[in-house]
Ligand binder design. Structure first.
Ligand SMILES: [Ca+2]
Length: 158
């Protein structure tokens, strides 16, 4: 998804989900520490389990909302290696971002891979909208800070 993995600062990934009543499949929201296929190095992996009525990330879970748009938000701090996941504005999971294969390709945000999995006897679809990724500091701001530092050095040499 990204040109290069994000390796520092804070990253927030947010989006809206909609599960119609009767949705009984799994909407898997895989957030990877690496780009592309290959290593299954997950940072956050919430699964909206229509059949159990829960959103689950590892040992954490919360009750699913049906028939209403509901926000899923991952707040990632790559410097502190922490992850908070909220559902409908309430944090239900807090832990390390680099939680699998610690130290390998991490801490970084490399990609997003979302899919639907069974059980799916009803054939009902789930929906995702309003996807956003916010990075602090912004890459452009970091570049400007670097240029400012360079200008300061040049001035001192005169
Ligand atoms: Ca890792």
């Amino acid at each position: 998804m990204f040109g290069a993995p994000i390796t520092s600062g804070q990253v927030t990934i947010a989006f809206q989900t909609y599960l119609p009543g009767g949705y009984d499949a799994h909407l898997a929201l895989y957030h990877s520490q690496v780009a592309g296929n290959g290593a299954f190095d997950t940072g956050g992996f919430p699964v909206l389990q229509g059949d159990t009525g829960l959103i689950v990330n590892g040992a954490s879970s919360a009750a699913l909302v049906f028939d209403a748009w509901t926000e899923v938000k991952l707040e990632i701090d790559l410097d502190a290696d922490t992850l908070d996941i909220s559902y409908g504005g309430v944090v239900f999971h807090s832990g390390a971002w680099d939680n699998t294969d610690p130290g390998a390709n991490s801490p970084s945000v490399g990609g997003i891979n979302w899919w639907q999995a069974g059980p799916n006897s009803s054939g009902t679809s789930a929906y995702i909208d309003d996807i956003s990724l916010t990075q602090v500091p912004e890459p452009s701001s970091a570049a400007l800070l670097g240029l400012g530092g360079l200008a300061l050095i040049l001035r001192r040499r005169k």
